[in-house]
Design a protein around this ligand. Sequence first.
Ligand code: PRX
Length: 654
Amino acid sequence: MSEQTLSNLSREERRFEPPADLAADANVKEEAYARADSDREAFWADAADRLDWGQKWDQVLDWSNPPFAKWFVGGTINAAVNCVDRHVDAGNGDKVAIHWVGEPDDDTRDITYAQLKDEVSKAANALTDLGVKKGDRVAIYMPMIPEVVVAMLACARLGAPHTVVFGGFSADALASRITDCDAKVVITSDGGYRRGAASALKPAVDEAVEKTAGPDGQSQVRHVLVVRRTGQDVDWDDDRDVWWHEAVDNASADHEAEMHDSEHPLFVMYTSGSTGKPKGILHTTGGYLTGTSFTHWEVFDLKDDDVYWCTADVGWITGHSYMVYGPLANGATQVMYEGTPEKGRWWQIVQDYQVSIFYTAPTAIRTFMKQGREIPDGYDMSSLRLLGSVGEPINPEAYVWYREVIGGDRCPVVDTWWQTETGQIMISPLPGVTAGKPGSAMKGLPGVGADVVDDDGQSVPDGSGGYLVLTQPWPAMLRTLWGDDQRFKDTYWSRYPKQGFYFAGDGAKKDEDGDLWMLGRVDDVMNVSGHRLSTTEIESALVSHPKVAEAAVVGAADETTGQAVCAFVILRESAGDGGPDIVEELRKHVQKEIGAIAKPRQIMVVPELPKTRSGKIMRRLLKDVAEHREVGDVTTLADSTVMDLIKDKEGSGA
Ligand code: PRX
């Protein structure tokens, strides 16, 4: 984030105290900070005690071989049993787990915990029949339908780690993830609904499976389990493909769940790093479930009669931690919506289902702000009592609008900072304790060590900026990168080896009160609408096009999406000027290679790229161009006239 935005941030001076009734009855009160500080492990052990364990742990944390943590060592647990069976056993089987809202009007389903338990058990039996065993990986590529939750929990029940790939990713992206984690089965659907139309998914799976075939023509994917959602035509391979409604609906609803080791892998979630190859973030069972369920109860102050709604897609970590595992482990009632944020539809859902806790991303809030408050003002949203934000810094304007227009000026806003890697919320206000400051995520939650440090790892004084680090291990922390311990160490733990800090990759600032302000990534990772994209990955996609010789990608500030993808490309000589449609051709190419979310907002065809004498592209200068700023210091460029050539191009609108 630029200094310009920072100064805007500090202009909002208001503080918002917690509502008195919420504060009085809050799940977590001020004393929790001191309690956690005095004995961090005892604090997290209490959090773990909220769950049902097979065998209790002997040791809370084993940190004898950092950075490889083990939590609740010797304990055994089943995540699916904690998310469904135990609520049924406690007499809450009739409680609605999921109010599912399909995109087409009136396409809704309410699923109770008892029904969810039956579905998960059936799916676990069906997967067993397809040969899935404990430890096998299962890829899931699905729209936002209840079966995706059932599929994830069925995998968890069996101890078969899932890897959910966002449905907006391309066949290529899916194939590389299937290959990296060696998935044996893929669960998908014929399609899903997007903006009023059926959009196919199965063809991408067919293509991806084909791409994973080895030299013998055989893919490691033995079966594709297909949910019928839209009813559209699909190609079918009789040996490989199986309909969900045949395999699962006919399976038994009795399934004896095994208790898995606390450190048994629960899932792998791929995310963008600063190199082209996505990282497979590994989360394990006991610590992850402890961290997500506890923080969900703590940060959202969850009560038994709340109706909770997290708008994230299940294909991202927010969907895993705060739509599936956290809320379900807590026995919450929640809304799940298949579609995208269209005008008014979200607020209609809030009104219809009396949503009381709402969790979304700043990019959505800014979009609604642009559309005007008349739309949300048309609905009764008095059921809301708490609002959350995640994925990127929330600017004070958006925070205040969210609070006033959506929250009726009575709901606290919790700005939650965390990452795919952290698994759980790490930095956030506590709704019953903290006086909210628009734009600040405030401080580390009880039990979390968060600090801002300088290049040497020294804590910076209040009023200064630096790098965000996590100073203590936490239960839901990633355990490694799938199959790549070395990259795990290099990426997160090599920056401050002396102190043993986890390097988050974010810049941050402490204000005069010591509260934290997130300033965005300090590496080559962009944040577009709260989604993480790697500049290098998009550059690789561009240079894989036959007409492109070289490419540089930057994330430029964007009013709605936070950042937007801007690409600068040099064409091969053989391509001439690339033809009249070159820009559109390249945008489509990126969409095909990675997915629509990575499609550049802007592509400029340029004669040269700004490089240092050692050949490193100076993205900072390109960012200046993309953000229409005066170009910064060019003295380290090998050829300082290059920027004039690029600016000429921009001026001509090419
Ligand atoms: O830069 C931070 C930003 O999102 C990154 C993590 O992205 P991802 O792993 O995709 O997870 C997103 C959802 C948890 C972080 O490194 N980020 C996330 N939440 C915030 C944030 N930046 C500022 N404020 C936040 N509340």
